[in-house]
Design a binder for this molecule. Structure first.
Ligand SMILES: Nc1ccn([C@@H]2O[C@H](COP(=O)(O)OP(=O)(O)OP(=O)(O)O)[C@@H](O)[C@H]2O)c(=O)n1
Ligand SMILES: C[C@](O)(CO)[C@H](O)COP(=O)(O)O
Length: 221
């Protein structure tokens, strides 16, 4: 099974603040996106990597010119960006791992587990079980509680066989929170593989320091 990767990096990182989109901010010995990209370009079982960029970023020097990267134009939603990336894998891969450029701490173990699950599963994605109590809140006060049984926090990379997920995204183009949601709309069976608490999505300003500490601890410096 030939596996490709789609790294979606066409967002604007509004919640993270800063002068440039979060995926282009410095992180350890590169940028946020570069750390995510390297996890896939340096993985022995990933053959093609597509980087999906916002049109405003393509002509800039913000994005890393990593060797072998194929570039796709992102769209107005994450789903649209994913579809653009998947289309660039047509004819090149049997399966696709779809990953947020905003998740720079992804490990080879998570990538291996998603690829391994695809040997027998229609789709596979990493997640961590919810272990905290869950509330609803209004105006700074608890308005209710919710049962956490069976709830997971989804991560990426989310893995699929290429043609089915491409068709699913074409069939269900309206925004979805993730690719598993699109796959479920198309009736796929999705296997959960163990996620990683360190595989955070950089979303808010404080997340950069946490990701930096994770990467430095992993390398011992
Ligand atoms: N139209 C979009 C929106 C998001 N993404 C990518 O999808 C990933 C997850 O999205 P999110 O964390 O929400 O990133 P942003 O949309 O940039 O963040 P914000 O909502 O704070 O603007 C990111 O790597 C982002 O670059 C994308 O490729 N195309
Ligand atoms: C795809 C994702 O990272 C899975 O948890 C998440 O849904 C992205 O959400 P965002 O609002 O686009 O950051």
């Amino acid at each position: 099974m030939k596996v490709g990767a789609v790294i979606v990096a066409a967002g604007r990182g509004i919640r993270a603040g800063g002068d440039i989109p979060k995926q282009w901010r410095p992180l350890k010995d590169g940028t946020v996106a570069q750390q995510a990209i390297r996890a896939f370009t340096q993985h022995p079982n990933i053959h093609d990597v597509v980087l999906v960029l916002h049109p405003d970023d393509i002509k800039t020097d913000l994005w890393p010119r990593e060797p072998g990267l194929v570039i796709a134009n992102g769209g107005p939603s994450r789903s649209a960006s994913v579809l653009a990336g998947l289309q660039m894998l047509t004819g090149k891969a049997d399966a696709a791992l779809i990953h947020d450029a905003a998740r720079p701490c992804v490990t080879g173990r998570v990538i291996d587990d998603v690829i391994g699950a695809l040997e027998t599963a229609e789709a596979a994605a990493p997640a961590v079980a919810v272990v905290d109590a869950l509330w609803t809140g209004e105006n700074g006060r608890v308005s209710g509680t919710a049962d956490r049984t069976g709830l997971y926090r989804a991560q990426t990379p989310q893995g699929f066989h290429l043609e089915p997920i491409l068709r699913a995204h074409q069939q269900f183009p309206e925004g979805a929170a993730d690719d598993v949601e699109v796959a479920r709309r198309a009736g796929f069976d999705v296997v959960i593989v163990p996620g990683d608490e360190d595989n955070l999505k950089i979303t808010l300003p404080d997340d950069f320091a946490r990701a930096e500490a994770i990467l430095r601890a992993r390398d011992g410096h």
